[in-house]
Write a protein that binds this ligand. Structure first.
Ligand code: ZN
Length: 154
């Protein structure tokens, strides 16, 4: 198995706010990020797929195809959007880097599987060059380690 990664960038606005909390509590926990007018980031999304190179092409997936999947599934919905106000995922979920990585996985996983050649292995979302969140799917938690592997390695 080999891992192949494609990087994409998008710009989006967000703010952090927990509706269950008071304004004071939100400001205490989220600080400047609680400003409900939002602020922007230039995010970098790294999408890693896993598979075997196809013998006739040497490709795990066609990178043009993967670029199109990322654009259709993620960038079309998120690029130049206000994540809290304009996307279904973050109408109630706080658009932290962590939650953006999970939502990107959910947008990409089945679309990549439909390609037939590889599986989504890892998603990374960089909010800044110094900070990123990584998600390897719902099975990445401690419960997945040491499992019998009946569904294969991802
Ligand atoms: Zn932010």
């Amino acid at each position: 198995m080999i891992l192949l990664t494609r990087r994409a960038t998008f710009s989006a606005s967000h703010y952090y706010w927990n509706e269950a909390w008071s304004e004071e509590e939100n400001r205490k926990v989220f600080g400047r990020c609680a400003n409900r007018n939002g602020h922007g980031h230039n995010y970098t999304l790294e999408v890693t797929v896993a598979g075997e190179p196809e013998p006739t092409t040497g490709f795990v997936v066609d990178l043009k195809w993967l670029k199109d999947v990322i654009e259709r599934q993620v960038l079309a919905a998120w690029d130049h959007r206000h994540l809290n106000l304009e996307t279904r995922e973050f109408a109630r979920t706080i658009p932290t880097t962590e939650n953006i990585a999970i939502a990107a996985w959910n947008r990409l996983d089945s679309a990549i599987a439909l390609g037939g050649g590889a599986r989504l292995n890892r998603v990374r979302v960089y909010e800044t060059p110094e900070i990123f969140a990584e998600y390897r799917g719902p099975k990445m938690g401690p419960a997945a380690t040491g499992a019998s592997g009946e569904e294969g390695v991802r």
